[in-house]
Design a binder for this molecule. Structure first.
Ligand code: F0G
Length: 481
């Protein structure tokens, strides 16, 4: 957008919306934040919202709805079977994704359950550009394993590669030759690859993956939860797509996959989820599981109001002026932090700004969860809630050993249409203070560790009184301003 350039030569991210309803925030004092993080077992998932100033935990289910979405919710047609609302959502998906079948589900991981139960048999492997926590858990529960084949650049935190979410096509070919296509349940491409920092894949790469899948008769499945940002990056960064509309790019992507699923908590700024395919056999096989786990075929665990909001939200995702909003805010935050010498994932991706905790607190070993410790420290000095995406988010192996993560990241997600530039500037300022005092941050240890998805409910303790010492230094510096 030309208008976002200032005459000074700088560029500011512009919101192409205005808030019509607001919610009051509270910023509790440092002393309360110290208590709150202890009460939460140093796990940002367990903090209560009353203790949180900026909730950058996730963009899942917390993106702001538009006036048009709210209005649509008023005309929702409430019925168990055959509701008009479902037909509207189904036709929106058919039109946007070019797929004739749509199955509703209550959220993204519910789609993963249906897919894994249908396609993953014990001993089979799912090949992916990178795993996502819930996806992997469902595949493993059904007796399968995950093989990640990203390009080498994906795991370099700083890079100028425009498509770090790409799959390594040579490794994919070699892996199929080695394992045999009959042992591969499907290939999964995740748009806006979450755990490596919201990094996109290119249309060209997806096309290459599909060619290899076709040559071996393997299914290609798209996790489209973070498709919106990926679409924006394809349009921005992939030469051959610059003159295509967001809608056209969407169709090109969808034409390359056999099935797609999404979390409606992300794609469509509502809640819920869905699966889409043109394949009658897949539709028939998966349809069976929807009434069993989700609800009748015309609601799948969603309320009709959510379905109305999702139909409008999916349409709005295609808006050429709106789609760049989150990526532009994220790029601003990443660039400003980079200027201050703070280690962040580059190039800026979608979903949020990702701090490289491995470098930020390089004195904390991975076994002491540096990203979890950094997320807790940031909360103490700012009231900002981020999310650990590192070893804490991994599961132990069968023998009980830690599986050290490739990357130790603190994710600061930017929910769409929620926070303002002054919020982002506050975050940058507090992160900068924390970076100067990073030696005060110490490690964490589990005191209550669930076996599955331990990052959600696990409780930890600090390995010393570092939180109190950090809080004290922060308070005295704050008083001196
Ligand atoms: N796939 C991706 C890429 C996701 O990011 C998520 C959720 C899911 C699937 C599961 O969808 O939450 O609707 O069940 N990501 C959230 C996050 C939880 O905070 O990144 P869900």
């Amino acid at each position: 957008m030309k208008e976002s350039k200032l005459f000074s030569g700088r560029r500011i991210p512009l919101e192409m919306h205005k808030p019509k309803i607001v919610q009051k925030l509270s910023l509790v004092p440092t002393s309360r934040r110290l208590e709150a993080i202890r009460e939460a077992g140093f796990n940002s998932f367990l903090l209560k919202n009353d203790d949180v100033f900026l909730d950058l935990l996730t963009d899942s289910g917390v993106n702001a709805m538009s006036d048009r979405q709210q209005a649509a919710m008023m005309v929702a047609d409430d019925s168990y079977a055959g509701s008009r609302t479902f037909t509207r959502l189904e036709s929106t998906c058919r039109e946007l994704f070019g797929m004739k079948h749509f199955l509703p589900a209550h959220q993204g991981r519910a789609c993963e359950n249906v897919i894994a139960q249908t396609l993953v048999k014990p001993g089979m492997v799912v090949v992916t550009n990178y795993h996502f926590t819930t996806t992997k858990a469902h595949i493993v529960r059904n007796g399968g394993t995950i093989e990640e084949l990203p390009i080498a650049e994906a795991l370099k935190t700083t890079s100028d590669h425009p498509f770090k979410g790409n799959m390594d096509l040579h490794r994919l070919q070699a892996f199929i030759d080695e394992r045999g296509s009959e042992n591969i349940a499907f290939v999964r491409m995740e748009a806006g690859t979450n755990l490596i920092g919201g990094q996109p894949f290119s249309l060209e790469n997806l096309d290459g993956v599909r060619r290899i899948c076709d040559a071996h008769g393997i299914l290609l499945i798209l996790d489209a939860s973070l498709l919106a940002d990926n679409l924006h990056f394809i349009k921005q960064r992939e030469g051959q797509c610059q003159d295509l509309s967001i809608r056209q790019i969407t169709r090109k992507i969808c034409d390359l996959v056999h099935l797609l699923y999404f979390s409606g908590r992300k794609l469509g700024c509502a809640r819920g989820g869905g699966l889409c395919t043109n394949r009658d056999d897949l539709y028939q096989a998966m349809r069976e599981l929807i009434p069993l786990y989700e609800g009748f075929l015309t609601y799948g665990g969603m309320s009709v109001r959510e379905m109305e909001a999702m139909a409008v939200g999916l349409e709005e995702t295609m808006d050429e002026e709106m789609i760049n909003q989150a990526p532009e805010f994220i790029a601003y935050m990443v660039t400003e932090l980079e200027k201050l010498g703070i280690p962040v994932v580059t190039p800026p991706g979608g979903l949020g700004c990702h701090i490289n905790a491995r470098e930020f607190v390089d004195h904390i070993p991975q076994e002491e969860y540096p990203a979890g410790a950094l997320a807790a420290a940031l909360y103490i000095v700012s009231g900002i809630r981020g999310m650990e995406r590192g070893t804490l988010s991994q599961e132990r192996d069968a023998a009980g050993n830690e599986c050290l993560a490739d990357l130790e990241l603190v994710r600061l997600a930017l929910p769409r249409r929620v926070y303002t530039l002054s919020h982002v500037q506050y975050a940058i300022d507090r992160i900068a203070w924390l970076y100067q005092h990073r030696q005060l941050i110490g490690g964490l240890i589990f005191v209550d560790e669930p076996k599955t998805l331990r990052f959600f409910l696990g409780r930890l303790d600090a390995l010393s009184d570092w939180p109190e010492r950090l809080g004290k230094k922060f308070e005295s510096d704050l008083r001196a301003i």
